[in-house]
Design a protein around this ligand. Structure first.
Ligand code: SF4
Ligand code: SF4
Ligand code: SF4
Length: 252
């Protein structure tokens, strides 16, 4: 059986060269979307971005959650978690409801607004390359080992060792190990993660589990009324917000 795989990104080692950005584009046949990769944003044609925060660089991509909220809300099973840990998407099954975009705690999935047969778009941890015995293009291209690909247990051990052996160099936390139930992309940083644009204060439970437990505490009569309406209001508001953001990005 294949061992679970993942990515460890270490901000202290990233030199902001953009090789992983270019390699991701090439591996996924994605067109050029920006004159300056540091100013690009996640989109239907960009699955991996590098953001600059003074002299630090932070990668943003799908976190390949252990219990993906995107998968749990998909009514038709278009998003699945594979045995290697990658969360992948099947366009043939997708009905375009975009619930996955609203559910993702890391705000990752994007939608192809500009095509007649739109798909959800995001990093799939280079599933095709991996099935052909290669490693993800971003990890292969990194000249400074800031992005490592490997067995999850080994990556976790490496991350813990770096924190332990270099307490002054690292903020003492592995982002992605527990956030929203944890996932298969781990990040190390010299500063608190919110300073690098990572979403702070996510519950440690997975989003599907978090929602289930919250619902269990609420009397069913309330669930049937206020919570339902509140949920619909939140979903609609979030859907409209995403649509507005995507439209304004596409217009820029
Ligand atoms: S980060 Fe978002 S898109 Fe990626 S697996 Fe988790 S819920 Fe799904
Ligand atoms: S794993 Fe593949 S698809 Fe995901 S960010 Fe890296 S190169 Fe892009
Ligand atoms: S290739 Fe490596 S060093 Fe260059 S931007 Fe990506 S993670 Fe950073």
């Amino acid at each position: 059986m294949l061992k679970e795989k993942g990515i460890l990104f270490d901000v202290t080692l990233c030199i902001g060269c953009g090789s992983c950005y270019d390699a991701c584009k090439e591996a996924n046949n994605l067109p050029k979307t920006s004159e300056d990769f540091l100013k690009d944003h996640l989109s239907d044609n960009t699955f991996n971005v590098i953001e600059q925060y003074d002299d630090l660089y932070a990668r943003k991509m799908c976190m390949h959650c252990n219990e993906p909220a995107c998968e749990s809300v998909c009514l038709v099973g278009a998003i699945t978690k594979t045995s290697t840990g990658a969360v992948v998407y099947d366009a043939d099954k997708c009905i375009g409801c975009r619930y996955c975009m609203q559910a993702c705690p890391h705000k990752i999935p994007r939608y192809e607004w500009g095509t007649t047969t739109p798909r959800i778009r995001k990093c799939n941890m280079c599933a095709e390359r991996v099935s052909n015995g290669l490693i993800p293009a971003c990890a292969e291209s990194c000249p400074n080992e800031a992005t490592l690909y490997g067995d999850m247990d080994q990556l976790i051990a490496i991350a813990k060792r770096r924190l332990q052996e270099n307490p002054d160099k690292y903020y003492q936390h592995i982002y992605g190990l527990e956030e929203a139930g944890g996932g298969h992309v781990l990040v190390l940083s010299p500063v608190p993660f919110e300073q690098l644009g990572y979403i702070p204060e996510l519950p440690k439970e997975s989003m599907p589990e978090f929602t289930k437990r919250a619902m269990e505490k609420i009397p069913s009569v309330v669930v049937g009324g206020g919570i339902f309406l509140g949920g619909m209001y939140w979903l609609t508001k979030r859907k409209n917000q995403i649509a507005k953001e995507e439209r304004s990005k596409n217009e820029n």
